[in-house]
Every structure is written in C-alpha cells, then in structure tokens.
Design a protein around this ligand. Structure first.
Ligand code: EPZ
Length: 414
C-alpha cells in the first residue's frame, strides 16, 4: 500500500513515544565499519534508510541481526568491495561510507549518493576536506574511486558547516596520524552523537557540538555498544502537528534541549507547552497564530528539516507568515500539494509567504520527499474531510511508523 488515508478534523488526544534518530544512526552505522568486531546499537529506528545502509554494510562483509530495536553488527571479517548502486543511490548518507572505508581499507569505490528532490546536493566539500587528509579521489561516470594509504591529520576549515562533510572528516581523521583541527564544523546533535560513539570505540575527539572539533588519530578502535538518541525532527514534526490539529498531546522521550528554536516558534504560534523530564505536553487553545518570519539555518537555528512541517502548520494559522529556506535551494515543492487543499502560499525564490486560511480541504496528495510527506500528514490531519497521501514510501524513509504514531495521537488513519 503506497498511500495512507487520513480523515481530518479530529483534535489530537493521546501520547506517543519518539523513535530513535535517523540522522544519528546512519553515520554511526558507517562508523561501525571501523570496529574490529561487534557493535551493539540500542533504540535503532526501523526505517527504510537504515535497511538500505545495512544492505550497503553487507556488501563489505558485515554480518548483522536485528533484535527488536537492537542492532548487532559484526565487522570482524570485512573485505574492500563496491557498495551496491541499488542502495547507495537511494539516499544521501551513503557518502558517509567514504571516510570509514578509507580509514578501514585505505581505499573505497562508491556510487554517487542519492537523496531527494530538495536540492542538487553536491559533495564538493566532502571531497575537498578528505583530500586535505591525504585522500586521492577520482570522480568517474560510475562513481567515486578513492585511495588513502596513510591519512594524516590536517587543519581544515569548511566553507559551510556541512553536516555530512563534518561527519566524513571525523570518520577518517579518527584513524589519521596526528591531530586534525576542523573549523567551521557543523554543530548538529547528530555530530555530537557520532563523536560520542567514536570515543566509545576508543577515538580521541573533543569539541563536538562547537564550531571547532579536534581529533587526535588513534591506531585502532575497539568494540562498543551505544544507545541512539531520540529523533529531534520526528519530535518537531509532531509538535507542529499539535499547532495545526489542535487538541492535546503528550510526546515521550523528546530531546527537549535540541528543540529550543522549534519551541520558540510554537510559543509564537500560541501553543502551550509543559515539559516534565523528557516528556512534553502540548495543546493549542483556539486557532494558532502566524504573522511572523522564520529563517532556516544550521543548528542551533530553526532546522531546514522542519521547514515543510512548519509551512503546513502556518497554512491554518491566523495572519501572514514568511519562511526563508536558507539551506537547500529547492525545498518548497510541498507548497504545490498544500495549495491543492486550499492553502494560500506564494513562493518567491527562497521565500515563502503563507497567508493563513480558515480551513483546508482533504484531497489526493503526493509525497515527493521525506519531510514534505510528513508535512502533508500534518495538513491532512487538520483538514476537513479525507486525504490520501500517495508515495508513502518517502515518509517511511525516516518515520518508523507514522500511521501508528498518528493513531496514538488521536488522528483517524485508515
Ligand atoms: C544532513 O544532510 C541531513 N541528512 C539532512 O536531513 C539535513 O537536512 C541536512 O544535514 C542539514 O541539516 C542526514 O544527516 C542523512 P549538508 P547533508 O551537507 O549532510 C550544501 C532529512 O530529511 N553542500 O549540511 O547532505 C548542500 O547542497 C535530511 O533527514 C554543498 O554545497 O547536509 C546544502 O545546500 C534531508 N557541498 C547545504 O550544504 C557539499 O559537499 C547543507 O548540506 C555538501 C553540502
């Protein structure tokens, strides 16, 4: 079934536990390639991007088994190889294998990464930084060929705090000779998680979460076990759902400290929030408020991954709001689908102007990428009537079971 059917109009009522983080577990799976033995990961989300990454790891000889939300990966007997095109081309995070393959084997042969329609997604920053660590990289029609027999620490300054490029540098520098100082590094919580995991394996990394990360390379890493943190983007999606659909919802295992920018926007929208430990209760008395501007920016700013969910929520908020998308150049495609429901959105380059309407009408919709698909679920839950969201597989890339979660929050889903 590649669609889900949502009957809109019921205010939220219920509670949901937030799954493990997609964007934390994917680079950590790449790091597990560098273990001499077994890695045990707890709280792993059962999403298709993780499934694809596990297929890629199998291509290098990794053996693995899933026990519920626990993943056990054995990287004891590996061989250089070539990641399968079928999987590497479906997602962006396959590029993070590059740093680990070079660290483990000194060579790598990798198809170009895939991703979604949100932008061109070049990898120039990755290649430029890895070359500074001593990698020789050729870009051919069939993908990347790389050799790095002896990675050496370097002082690297990223022109932009790219999440993936930061992760690739950390993955290779962890095993390079000497010290690497990475400046203008990405500060996302997923970077902190990757560095914490590598340090559990015996790496020596300091400064993760700041703009300067210092990595002292080590000869070898050892086995480790680790618990994946909750997914801040899934949590933020459901927080924005509460602004759109009304009612009251309790989110459990929410990484509150990572969602300050989102909580600030929800406060401006008039959403009440009460937190207790890792639980967050949200309710929105009456119609939510718009009439302000939000710019997406690198962490700790408002996350680009919640731009479409925010747009969906603002479609029903009172007033004219503006969203500036400053990270990706083509991340407004969801506006076309929201317009089918009666939303009033004007796009001008990187700027979206959303004029709140009194109601949205359910209809047939198409998800074109992961977070845009989640945004359509928000709009459909708040709309009058029934919506069918086709190409559901995009949503399943990052949401473990959005049907289960929506039902747990009181949304009528067939
Ligand atoms: C990660 O993508 C996330 N993906 C994205 O989440 C997220 O939107 C993004 O970071 C920004 O937070 C994963 O972690 C698997 P970037 P990544 O490198 O690493 C440009 C989701 O929905 N750039 O920080 O690809 C790039 O084009 C996904 O879960 C270059 O120009 O993001 C973009 O405009 C979507 N050259 C900007 O930098 C490069 O070599 C940010 O990209 C690399 C990036």
């Amino acid at each position: 079934m590649d669609y889900l059917e949502i009957e809109g109009g019921s205010p939220l009522c219920g509670e949901v536990r937030i799954q493990g983080s997609k964007n934390a577990v994917l680079p950590i799976l790449c790091a597990a390639l560098q273990s001499p033995g077994v890695t045990v990961l707890e709280n792993c989300p059962d999403i298709s991007d993780v499934g694809a990454m596990l297929e890629l790891l199998k291509g290098y000889g990794c053996r693995m088994r899933r026990e519920g939300s626990r993943l056990v990966i054995d990287a004891g007997e590996l061989h250089p190889g070539r990641a399968s095109e079928a999987y590497a081309g479906t997602m962006r995070s396959s590029i993070m294998l590059l740093g680990s393959l070079l660290a483990r084997f000194g060579e790598a042969c990798l198809p170009y990464p895939g991703g979604c329609v949100i932008g061109e997604r070049p990898i120039d920053l990755h290649l430029q930084a890895l070359r500074q660590l001593g990698a020789e990289l050729q870009e051919g029609p069939e993908g990347l060929r790389a050799v790095c027999a002896h990675p050496c620490g370097a002082r690297i300054c990223l022109p932009f705090p790219s999440v993936g490029a930061t992760e690739n540098v950390v993955l290779l520098a962890a095993r390079a000779e000497g010290v690497t100082v990475l400046q203008n590094a990405a500060r996302e919580p997923e970077i902190v998680e990757l560095c914490r995991f590598l340090n559990c394996m015996g790496a020596r990394i300091e400064g993760a979460g700041t703009g300067t990360i210092r990595i002292r390379g080590v000869e070898r890493l050892h086995e480790a076990r680790y618990r994946i943190m909750p997914d801040r983007i899934v949590a933020g999606t459901y927080m924005l759902l509460s602004a759109a659909a009304g009612g009251k919802v309790i989110l459990k295992e929410v990484p509150l400290g990572q969602l300050r920018a989102v909580r600030q926007v929800l406060k401006q929208m008039g959403v009440r929030q009460e937190s207790r430990g890792e639980e967050l209760c949200l309710w929105c008395p009456g119609r939510s408020r718009g009439g302000f501007a939000v710019c997406t920016s690198p962490y700790p700013g408002f996350p680009t991954d919640l731009q479409s969910p925010l747009m969906a929520a603002l479609c029903l908020a009172d007033g004219e709001s503006v969203i500036e998308e400053r990270i990706f150049e083509a991340r407004f495609k969801t506006a076309e689908e929201l317009a089918k429901m009666g939303a009033d959105i004007r796009i001008q380059g990187a700027r979206a102007e959303i004029c709140g309407v009194k109601k949205l009408l359910g209809c047939s919709l198409k998800a074109w990428e992961l977070r845009g698909g989640a945004a359509l679920c928000i709009a459909a839950a708040a709309a009058e009537g029934t919506s069918r969201i086709f190409q559901y597989h995009y949503i399943a890339r990052g949401y473990e079971n959005i049907i289960r979660d929506l039902k747990d929050m009181g949304v009528v889903v067939h």
